[in-house]
Design a protein around this ligand. Structure first.
Ligand SMILES: [Zn+2]
Length: 272
């Protein structure tokens, strides 16, 4: 039997919420309102190896920057360009979930096949009998784009756990939103878990403090433990989806990418 392929995985930080600290209690239920923590960072990812380049999420549409009160460094697709990838040449894009900050630039990937959790589709197609609270994370334009991809035969739906390519697993976690996926990618230092919004912050995961936006609280809490199982409870194998700490944990792949991109397949920095 041949060995499981190993991939390179890059986290690209395209935006953040600025330098001001925020209260932990404003992000996580049961966390202290007195504890001040950094705001969230926004990432897209690129997985490459074995002749494939796979994008993970696209970032929010730049037009939303003011409304989100965030600091946009560059768009998600431009972040991928910094790594040398033209979005038009990317063959596959994994949508970890369809919240606006993950699917705002889908149209840039003109030749991609898109991968999504099948549990996401009732929300995207408007058949989930959901409450307005559950709709707030989704853009009408983004959902229409995903429906168009489906009509064009460019959308692949995945259920539970699937392995679309050897060494890359898509894992349904649910909870935060109905069709939330995490991704486990084999690298030369072992499997790395991209939690996406199954765990926005390390504190959320490690202390099991529920994030303030969720579809199913029980599934979200169970999801934190699934992430522990997948990562062996080790931070260096568990990449929280919006935590600023990720940028300090790993080296940049090149000097000119410092502060923008980190290599998650590389050994963690000694101080982390
Ligand atoms: Zn998010």
């Amino acid at each position: 039997m041949s060995a499981t392929p190993e991939y390179e995985v890059y986290a690209i930080r395209y935006a953040d919420q600025g330098d001001a600290l925020v209260s932990a209690g404003s992000l996580m239920l049961s966390a202290s309102h007195e504890q001040m923590i950094p705001g969230m960072a926004y990432y897209v990812y690129v997985i490459q190896g074995h002749g494939k380049t796979i994008a993970v999420d696209t970032g929010y549409a730049p037009a939303l920057t003011d409304r989100l009160n965030s600091r946009l460094f560059f768009s998600g697709p431009d972040g991928m360009r910094k790594l040398g990838h033209d979005p038009a040449n990317i063959s596959d894009l994994i949508i970890t979930h369809a919240h606006y900050d993950h699917v705002g630039n889908l149209e840039d990937f003109t030749n991609a096949t898109f991968h999504i959790d099948t549990e996401m589709m009732p929300i995207v197609e408007g058949t989930d009998p959901c409450h307005p609270f559950f709709r707030q994370g989704y853009g009408k334009r983004d959902c229409a784009t995903i429906r168009r991809f489906k009509a064009e035969g460019r959308l692949v739906e995945h259920a539970n756990v699937s392995v679309p390519w050897p060494g890359i697993e898509l894992i349904h976690i649910g909870g935060h939103c109905r069709g939330q996926m995490a991704i486990r990618v084999n690298t030369r230092r072992g499997p790395v878990v991209l939690a996406s919004d199954a765990a926005h912050l390390y504190q959320e995961w490690e202390e099991e403090r529920p994030f303030g936006v969720f579809y199913d609280m029980k599934a979200m809490l169970d999801g934190y433990r699934t992430l522990s199982d997948l990562s062996g409870c080790k931070r260096e194998f568990m990449i929280a989806g919006h935590d600023v700490a990720v940028m300090g944990m790993f080296p940049a792949p090149a000097k000119e990418l410092e502060g923008d991109v980190v290599a998650l397949h590389a050994d963690p920095n000694p101080s982390s």
